[in-house]
Design a protein around this ligand. Structure first.
Ligand code: SF4
Ligand code: FE2
Length: 631
């Protein structure tokens, strides 16, 4: 194995943590230690504080201790209720993000800050949704399409439009189970209502409702987030970038973009290229402005502009500990409130921008979409002016970074696949070549590896170990979110990483000219994975659940991840979790999620904390599916 792959787990973390001690800076590890042993009731999901008669905590052990809350809720009900509320919060986060993007398309104009960059995608969506496109201005069409999307959040009748994109067999499963989500907000409101004290008192019903709500995320909010971001900012194409803290540059003004929505980060990218800003940077003695992304906002801007990746979720504190960051600019989701205090140890400005995510101790510069460029320039200016406050004796940038190729949207994947199509025999622009190699067994299957970092697991270790094992066994990996950034840092998003792939996958990568692990974007872009799986299933005339595919969240931590995992299961795709969710206090809920749900959706949860054992289970399940299919 080449050196490049040996350096996978070296990201200067140890040195930075030593530096933190020296600098008197507090990190998540200090706070984790202060937590001592985690609350056993919370860990098992049996703590309820839904009403003021409680809080109640019931014993997860049958026949021992309190078996019911004051209202009579059993461990099964309490666990299922807590699970349902996690799904609701996760769905709300992705969908509220999407709503803002749809509003942006609604305000887009030819001479405004936000434009239509992918007309083809807009026109095809307009057609899909029955919008008249003849002799109409593209912006008129855009506004109508945006209005339809905005109505998906609160329409009084009908189910979500994007559900119709799924294979017919899958739509039938949803129909039969009665889990086709109606308006997105309605599903979130209904499940919050149903989990109020004195409402649903049945675990299976709560899981059932959770599935419907989660589908409003995957086939609703997330899909709107992806599609509309592509229309406004451009559909990603493969491009080269670099990843890890080594992308920070001592000689430049370093700005970290962290959070989730592309509306702000896109404008910051544009603002930083503005000659006026570049001039300002030179005036303060810097060689230029160096943008680097983190978490999903990092994925959004790297996919569309090749902006370098500073790291993933776990590295947000590390970035500040380098002492070389002038500003960390955030919008929503996955932002440690701890960054406020940590920034105080350095010259770093911690700038919050969204009224949805204000943080005590941060500098709040509100970002307004209607004067987006001006807002973005003000924010960049703050960072530039802060360069003079940098204390060189406090700077340490680990010299570690890797090359990566990012930006494999479904359209980009299909374009790569076209390389092996003989146009005299087969049509161009389809997933047929992918379906063919899966059917032939050259690829044993395809797996999506997604999600966060979690201090319960060694940073990035599970992501990378699982990816390596799967590609070595001829399973192609697609990845999003912080998992994708782990892959980028480990060098797995390079064509060179074919060396680590099995012979079948290596050959496919060679012919199609792709890395064995494909970066498909941010967490909302898991909708891209749903789309490509659905297309392959449609092509073969089968359901998603028949395919040798799986989803894995090796180091997940957020409620969004619970919503994702639930919609992946509900979409017929097995989901493997590397961190045990807080459901083990109820045998009933565990049995539903890891067993009975398969009879409903054709897929189920697997929980396995050991990454190697997890990868083995995935491979086993893939072969099982192949056998059933007779391929
Ligand atoms: Fe206790 Fe029931 Fe109230 Fe929960 S809803 S706190 S179990 S009384
Ligand atoms: Fe994310």
């Amino acid at each position: 194995m080449s050196d490049q792959f040996i350096s996978i787990y070296q990201s200067g973390e140890e040195q930075l943590l030593e530096k933190a001690v020296k600098d008197g800076a507090e990190t998540m590890w200090d706070r984790k230690a202060a937590q001592k042993t985690p609350c056993g009731f919370g860990e098992k999901g049996v703590c309820c504080r839904i009403c003021a008669m409680g809080p109640c905590r019931v014993s997860p052990v049958a026949g021992k201790g309190a078996q019911k809350g004051i209202c009579g809720a059993t461990a099964d009900v309490i666990v299922a209720r807590n699970y349902a509320r996690m799904v609701a919060a996760g769905t709300a986060a992705h969908s509220d993000h999407a709503r803002d993007i749809a509003h942006i398309l609604h305000m887009a104009s030819r001479d405004g800050n936000y434009k239509v960059r992918d007309e083809k995608k807009l026109m095809s969506l307009a057609k899909e949704w029955g919008v008249n496109t003849e002799n109409r201005d593209i912006y008129e069409i855009a506004h109508e399409v945006a209005e339809i999307a905005l109505n998906e959040f609160g329409k009084p009748f009908g189910t979500l439009k994007f559900l119709e994109r799924a294979p017919e067999l899958r739509q039938k499963v949803w129909e039969d189970l009665q889990i086709k989500p109606r308006a997105i907000d309605r599903e979130i409101a209904t499940i919050l209502h149903s989990t109020h004290v004195g409402c649903t008192g049945d675990a299976e019903s709560l899981v059932h409702m959770s599935m419907r709500t989660s589908l409003a995320d995957g086939w609703g909010g997330s899909m709107i987030g992806t599609e509309f971001s592509d229309i406004i900012f451009g559909t990603p194409v493969p491009r080269e970038t670099e990843a890890n803290l080594g992308v920070l540059d001592e000689k430049q003004v370093n700005i970290i973009l962290h959070g989730h929505e592309p509306s702000l980060s896109e404008m910051i990218v544009m603002a930083s290229l503005d000659p006026e800003m570049q001039k300002l940077a030179k005036e303060v003695g810097a060689e230029g402005i160096n943008l680097a992304g983190m978490c999903c906002t990092g994925n959004e801007v790297t996919m569309r502009h090749g902006v370098k990746i500073a790291g993933n979720f776990y590295q947000q504190e590390m970035a500040i500990l380098t002492g070389a960051v002038e500003a960390i600019i955030v919008d929503v989701q996955c932002i440690f409130p701890a960054l406020a205090k940590l920034s105080d140890c350095y010259h770093t400005k911690f700038i919050t921008t969204s009224p949805k995510a204000k943080i005590t101790g941060a500098t709040h510069i509100e970002f307004h979409e209607d004067n987006a460029m001006e807002s973005a320039k003000n924010i960049v200016k703050e960072a530039i002016e802060n360069f003079k406050n940098r204390k060189n004796e406090k700077v340490f940038i680990p010299e570690i970074k890797s090359n990566a190729v990012v930006g494999y949207s479904v359209e980009a994947v299909i374009k790569q696949l076209d390389k092996v199509v003989n146009p005299h025999i087969d049509p161009m622009g389809t997933v047929k070549p992918l379906a063919d190699v899966i059917k032939a067994g050259v690829l044993r299957g395809a797996v999506g590896i997604v999600g966060c970092n979690n201090p319960k697991s060694k940073h990035d270790y599970s992501h990378i170990e699982i990816m390596k094992k799967l590609i070595a066994n001829d399973v192609i990996v697609v990845t999003t979110g912080c998992a994708a950034q782990a892959a980028a840092k480990a060098g797995l998003l390079t064509k060179d990483a074919r060396k680590l792939a099995g012979q079948g996958l290596a050959t496919v990568c060679e012919l199609v000219d792709i890395p064995p692990v494909l970066h498909m974007g941010s967490c909302v872009d898991i909708s891209r994975i749903l789309t490509i799986v659905g297309e392959v299933a449609k092509h073969l005339g089968i359901d998603n659940s028949d395919l040798p595919v799986a989803g894995i969240a090796p180091e997940w931590m957020s409620e969004k991840a619970v919503a994702i995992a639930t919609y992946v299961i509900s979409s017929g795709i097995d989901t493997f979790l590397g961190i045990t969710p807080p459901v083990t206090g109820s045998d009933e809920v565990v049995d539903i999620l890891t067993n009975r749900v398969e009879n409903m959706t054709g897929a189920k949860f697997f929980i396995e904390e050991d990454p190697h054992a997890l990868a083995d289970k995935v491979l086993g399940r893939i072969e099982e599916k192949r056998q059933k299919l007779g391929i």
